[in-house]
Ligand binder design. Structure first.
Ligand SMILES: NC(=O)c1ccc[n+]([C@@H]2O[C@H](COP(=O)([O-])OP(=O)(O)OC[C@H]3O[C@@H](n4cnc5c(N)ncnc54)[C@H](OP(=O)(O)O)[C@@H]3O)[C@@H](O)[C@H]2O)c1
Length: 281
C-alpha cells in the first residue's frame, strides 16, 4: 500500500503534515553533508515537507544544510526554525531571525519557535514575533518545551493566543505530558510537535516494540512513530540522515495500530497517573 501523508490543522487554519523531518546533529561534520542533504531531499520527494531546524543546531550549520536541501523548491516546504531564549528580547529576536533567514537562504520562515522558556519576559518575545510577522519575515510563531503553566501564561498575554504549536519531547518512554499538557492543548486546538519521537534512536532497538512490530511486518522505530502519529493534533519530526531511515519513517504512515497493540503498548510503557514536570532533552 503506498503511504499517503496525513495532515493536521494549525489554529490559523493552515494544514501541515503530521510527519516532518528533524535536523538536530546535522551540519556538524562536513563529511556527512551530502548524505544529510540527500536524506532531506528524499523526505521532501515523499511528502515530508515540514522541516524542523534551529539556530542552535551546529551553531547555524543545520540551517545551512536545510538551505541546500530546499534550494529550488522552497514553495514545497513548511520551514520551522527556533530562536534561543538568550536571543528572545525584542532586538535579539529580530537579529536572530535575520541571521537564520540568511543561513536558510530564504526571505521568510513559516513557523518560528521560542526554543525553551527563558528569562526575557514572554510578552516581549511575543511582541517581537508579531513584529516579524508584520514585516513578512515569519508567517507564524510558536513555542517549544512549554509546560501547561507556561502555556497558560502565554495565552493570557495580548496576542499570546496567536501561538500555533508547542514543540515538546514526546514518545513512548516520555508520556508525562499526557496527564495535563496534551488534553489542555487538544481542547484549545494547539497541535503538539513531538520531538525525539524515537527517543534519539533508542526505541529502534526496543525489544517490546519489536514484538509488536513483528505483527505488522514493521520495525520498532515504525511502531514508535505510528503510535505518536495516531493521536489527533500530534506531529512527529524524526531526524534521519540515512535514506533507508527516511523511507522507513515515511512507511510508518501505513501502520494502523490495533486495540490489542495499543493495550500492549500501554502495559509496556504506562501512561502517567499524576502530574510530572515536562521533560526536555
Ligand atoms: N525543541 C527542542 O528542544 C528539540 C529537542 C530535540 C530535538 N528536536 C527536534 O526534533 C528532531 C527529532 O529529534 P531527535 O533528533 O532528538 O531524535 P529522534 O528523531 O527520536 O532520533 C534520531 C536518531 O534516530 C535515528 N533514526 C531515525 N529513524 C530511524 C529508523 N527508522 N530506524 C532506526 N533509527 C532511526 C537517526 O539515525 P540517522 O540520523 O543515522 O538516520 C538518529 O540517530 C530533532 O532533529 C530536532 O529537529 C527539538
Amino acid at each position: 500500500m503506498p503511504s499517503i501523508m496525513r495532515t493536521t490543522t494549525l489554529p490559523c487554519g493552515e494544514t501541515i503534515p503530521v510527519l516532518g523531518q528533524g535536523t538536530w546533529k546535522m551540519g556538524e561534520d562536513s563529511r556527512r553533508r551530502v548524505q544529510e542533504v540527500n536524506a532531506l531531499r528524499l523526505g521532501l520527494d515523499l511528502g515530508m515537507t515540514l522541516i524542523d531546524t534551529a539556530e542552535m543546531y551546529a551553531s547555524g550549520g543545520a540551517e545551512e544544510v536545510v538551505a541546500e536541501a530546499i534550494a529550488g523548491r522552497r514553495a514545497e516546504v513548511f520551514l520551522v526554525s527556533k530562536v534561543l531564549p538568550s536571543n528572545a528580547s525584542r532586538a535579539g529576536v529580530q537579529r536572530a531571525c535575520e541571521s537564520s533567514l540568511k543561513r536558510l537562504a530564504t526571505d521568510c520562515i513559516d513557523l518560528y519557535l521560542l526554543h525553551w522558556p527563558g528569562s526575557v519576559p514572554l510578552g516581549e518575545t511575543v511582541d517581537a514575533f508579531e513584529a516579524l510577522k508584520k514585516a513578512g519575515k515569519i508567517r507564524h510563531w510558536g513555542v517549544s518545551n512549554f509546560d501547561t503553566d507556561d502555556m497558560e501564561e502565554l495565552v493570557g498575554l495580548p496576542e499570546g493566543a496567536n501561538v500555533q504549536t508547542n514543540q515538546v519531547l514526546y514518545n513512548l518512554v516520555r508520556r508525562g505530558l499526557e496527564f495535563d499538557l496534551a488534553p489542555w492543548s487538544r481542547k484549545r486546538g494547539i497541535p503538539l510537535m513531538a520531538y525525539s519521537p524515537v527517543e534519539q534512536g533508542a526505541l529502534a532497538n526496543n525489544g517490546r516494540l519489536e514484538a509488536i512490530a513483528a505483527r505488522h511486518d514493521a520495525t520498532a522505530a515504525q511502531i514508535a512513530l505510528a503510535w505518536v502519529m495516531r493521536q489527533e493534533g500530534v506531529i512527529a519530526i524524526p531526524k534521519a540522515s540515512s535514506q533507508e531511515h527516511v523511507r522507513e519513517n515515511f512507511a510508518a504512515l501505513d501502520i494502523g495500530l490495533t486495540g490489542e497493540d495499543i493495550a500492549d503498548l500501554d502495559r509496556a510503557f504506562p501512561p502517567p497517573t499524576r502530574k510530572r514536570g515536562l521533560e526536555m532533552i
